[in-house]
Ligand binder design. Structure first.
Ligand code: AMP
Length: 557
C-alpha cells in the first residue's frame, strides 16, 4: 500500500474492500466518496446529489460491500439503475470491488435477457442484486418474497428513473422490502418528484452534495471532444499531431492508465513519462525536472501525483479522463497558462459524462467549446508543417556543406537531384505516412457523434448515450477482416489481454493486428484477411482470462 492510499484507509472500509480499491489503482477518494462513505457505513439513509463521473458508484458500492455478510447467502443489497447499460456497469464495479471478498456474489437483473438464470442466481445466494425496475417487478410477480431480506437499497440516477416512467414500479419495489432497510438515493438533480420519494421512503436522510464554488479561469482556451472510452488513446494521438504544444500534461484517473498512455505515447516517439503515486518521490522529481528542461514533453499523471506541479513550459493540459468535480478541473487546467502565458485545455468527454461537462461550464461560467477530432487531412497538414519547419532552417547553408556530395551521389547513382532528395526524405521521415491515403489507412476515422442509449423500455431513450453494443463499427482498413469473440469487459477482458493472446498463440507481428474494441459482452479485433482461416484454426483452443476465446469472422450485416 502506498502512503497515498491514506485517504481511503481513513474511511473505515472493510480491509478486503480497501485492498481491492488499492489494487484497482485509485489513489484517493473523490469528493462524493469522502462524504458519502462514512454516512453509508454508519447505516444512515442518504440523498447524494452527484452525477456520473464523480465516482458515485464507488461512493455507495464500497460502504455497502463493507457491510455485507458473505456468510448469508441471500439478497442483502439492491441497487436500482434506470438502464440495462448502467445496471451492468454498476454490477461490474461491485464485482471489481468485491474481488477480495470470497463468497460475495453479484447478479445483474435487466430486461431483454431470460428471467430464469437471473432468478436462479438470486436464489443461489447472490447478496448484491443490481436491477432495472421494470424487470425486477416482473420477478416480484413470480416471487413476491425475492426482496424480503434486503437491508440496503440504492436508487442510482433516480431522476433518470423517473424520467423513464418507473415511478409505479418503484412503489411496488419499495413495498417488497423490509421497512428497516437503509435507503440511499443518488440523483444528479433533485426535482420535486425526487424529494417526494425521499420524504415518503427515506428516514431522516443525510444530504450529501459537493459544493461547487464558482471558479474563474482566465488565459486558458478550453475545448472538449466527444469520444468513446475505448477510443481515447487514438483520439489523444490524433490531437497531439495537430496541437502545437511545448510541454503537455495529460490527466487520467488511475495509475495503470498513466502507465498505459505513457507507453502508447512513447511507442509513437513522444518523450513521455508516467507520474503516479506509486513512483518514488525522488523519481517523481526527476520526471518533473525532465519536463522542465525539455528532456520530456509529455507527462501522464493522476491528480494526486501532479499536485503542486508548476512547469512554465506547459502549454497544454489534456483531460483524458474526466475530473471528479469542477474544482479539480480548474485545478488541472491551472497547470497551464502560467506566468502570464496563454494555455490550452482539452477535455475528452464520453457520452455518459456530458452532464459533468455542463456542471463544469456552469461552475466556471464559461462555455467549453466542442471541437472535432482532427481528420486525416488535418493530420497530414500538421505533419507537413512540422517537416517544413524542421527542414527550412537547414536549407540556408546545407548547399555549402553538402552540395558537392549531392552532385557526387546523383552522378554515382545516376539519378536526378529530385529523386535523391525524395529518397533522403523517405529516409528522414522514417516511413511516416505522408499522403492522404496513407494517413487515412493508418488512422481509420473515429465517428465524432456519440450515439444514444436505448432504455430498457422500447421506444424510450435516455439522455446518457453509451450504447456500447449498438455503436456503428469503424471502417475497416484494406486487407483487414473484423473478428468477434463473445468475451468482453464483463468477462474481465481488456484489449491488452486479447492482444497478448493473439500475438503469442497466433504468431503474428504487432503491426498485423488492427483495432481492438472491447465492449461489455463481446470484443472486435481486426486481423489480416490473408491467412485468416488458418489463423482462426490456430487460435481455436486459445483461452483468455480462463475462458475460450472462440474468435470468429464478424459480418456487419
Ligand atoms: P462513476 O461516477 O461512478 O460513473 O465513476 C466514474 C469513473 O471513475 C469510473 O470509471 C470509476 O472506475 C472511476 N473512479 C471512481 N472512483 C475513483 C477514484 N477514487 N480514483 C480513481 N478513479 C475512480
Amino acid at each position: 500500500m502506498t502512503q497515498l492510499s491514506g485517504g481511503f484507509a481513513a474511511l473505515g472500509l472493510h480491509p478486503n474492500i480497501l485492498a481491492a480499491v488499492i489494487a484497482t489503482g485509485y489513489e484517493e477518494p473523490s469528493a462524493i466518496q469522502l462524504q458519502s462513505i462514512p454516512v453509508i457505513l454508519d447505516g444512515h439513509d442518504m440523498i447524494g446529489q452527484a452525477q456520473t463521473g464523480t465516482g458515485k458508484t464507488a461512493a455507495f458500492a464500497l460502504p455497502i460491500l463493507s457491510r455485507i455478510d458473505p456468510a448469508k447467502r441471500e439478497p442483502q443489497a439492491l441497487i436500482l439503475a434506470p438502464t440495462r447499460e448502467l445496471a451492468l456497469q454498476v454490477a461490474t464495479a461491485f464485482e471489481t470491488y468485491a474481488k477480495q471478498m470470497p463468497g460475495v456474489n453479484v447478479v445483474a437483473v435487466y430486461g431483454g435477457a431470460p428471467m430464469g438464470p437471473q432468478l436462479k442466481a438470486i436464489r443461489n445466494g447472490a447478496q448484491i442484486v443490481v436491477a432495472t425496475p421494470g424487470r425486477l417487478v416482473d420477478h416480484l410477480r413470480r416471487d413476491e418474497k425475492v426482496l424480503s431480506t434486503v437491508q440496503h437499497l440504492v436508487l442510482d440516477e433516480a431522476d433518470e428513473m423517473l424520467k423513464l416512467g418507473f415511478m409505479d414500479d418503484l412503489e411496488v419495489i419499495f413495498k417488497a422490502m423490509p421497512e428497516t432497510r437503509q435507503s440511499v438515493l443518488f440523483s444528479a438533480t433533485l426535482p420535486h418528484s425526487i424529494r417526494a420519494i425521499a420524504e415518503k421512503h427515506l428516514r431522516n436522510p443525510k444530504h450529501v452534495k459537493i459544493e461547487t464554488k464558482t471558479q474563474t479561469v482566465t488565459a486558458i482556451e478550453q475545448a472538449h471532444l466527444l469520444v468513446h472510452a475505448d477510443q481515447k488513446h487514438s483520439a489523444v494521438l490524433r490531437l497531439l499531431e495537430v496541437e502545437e504544444f511545448d510541454a503537455l500534461i495529460a490527466f487520467v484517473r488511475t495509475k495503470q492508465a498513466t502507465l498505459d498512455l505513457a507507453a502508447a505515447l512513447e511507442a509513437k516517439g513522444y518523450k513521455a513519462a508516467a507520474l503516479n503515486g506509486d513512483i518514488a518521490q525522488n523519481q517523481r522529481e526527476r520526471v518533473i525536472d525532465s519536463l522542465k528542461d525539455g528532456r520530456l514533453d509529455i507527462v501522464v499523471a493522476t491528480d494526486v501525483a501532479a499536485r503542486g506541479l508548476d512547469v512554465p513550459r506547459i502549454t497544454h493540459v489534456m483531460n483524458v479522463d474526466m475530473p471528479y468535480d469542477p474544482e479539480s478541473y480548474v485545478h488541472r487546467i491551472g497547470r497551464t497558462g502560467r506566468a502570464g502565458r496563454t494555455g490550452r485545455a482539452l477535455l475528452l468527454v464520453t457520452p455518459r459524462e456530458r452532464r459533468m461537462l455542463q456542471v463544469i461550464e456552469r461552475v466556471t461560467g464559461q462555455k467549453v467549446a466542442e471541437v472535432r477530432l482532427p481528420d486525416a487531412a488535418a493530420v497530414l497538414t500538421a505533419r507537413i508543417k512540422k517537416l517544413t519547419s524542421s527542414l527550412a532552417p537547414l536549407v540556408a547553408d546545407a548547399e555549402a556543406t553538402h552540395g558537392d556530395l549531392l552532385d557526387r551521389l546523383t552522378a554515382d547513382i545516376g539519378c536526378s537531384p529530385r529523386a535523391l532528395a525524395a529518397a533522403l526524405l523517405r529516409k528522414a521521415t522514417n516511413g511516416q505516412a505522408l499522403t492522404l491515403a496513407e494517413v487515412e489507412r493508418e488512422q481509420p476515422l473515429v465517428p465524432n457523434s456519440a450515439p444514444r442509449e436505448r432504455s430498457e423500455r422500447s421506444g424510450e431513450r435516455s439522455e446518457r448515450g453509451d450504447v456500447r453494443e449498438r455503436r456503428a463499427p469503424m471502417p475497416l482498413a484494406d486487407g483487414r477482416a473484423r473478428c468477434r469473440t463473445a468475451l468482453g469487459a464483463r468477462d474481465g477482458i481488456a484489449a491488452k489481454n486479447l492482444l497478448g493472446a493473439i500475438l503469442n498463440e497466433g504468431g503474428l507481428a504487432r503491426e498485423a493486428i488492427g483495432r481492438i474494441q472491447v465492449r461489455d459482452s463481446f470484443s472486435l479485433v481486426e486481423l489480416p484477411e490473408d491467412g485468416l482461416e488458418r489463423l482462426l484454426t490456430k487460435l481455436k483452443d486459445t483461452r483468455v482470462a480462463g475462458k475460450q476465446l472462440k474468435l470468429r469472422r464478424y459480418r456487419e450485416d
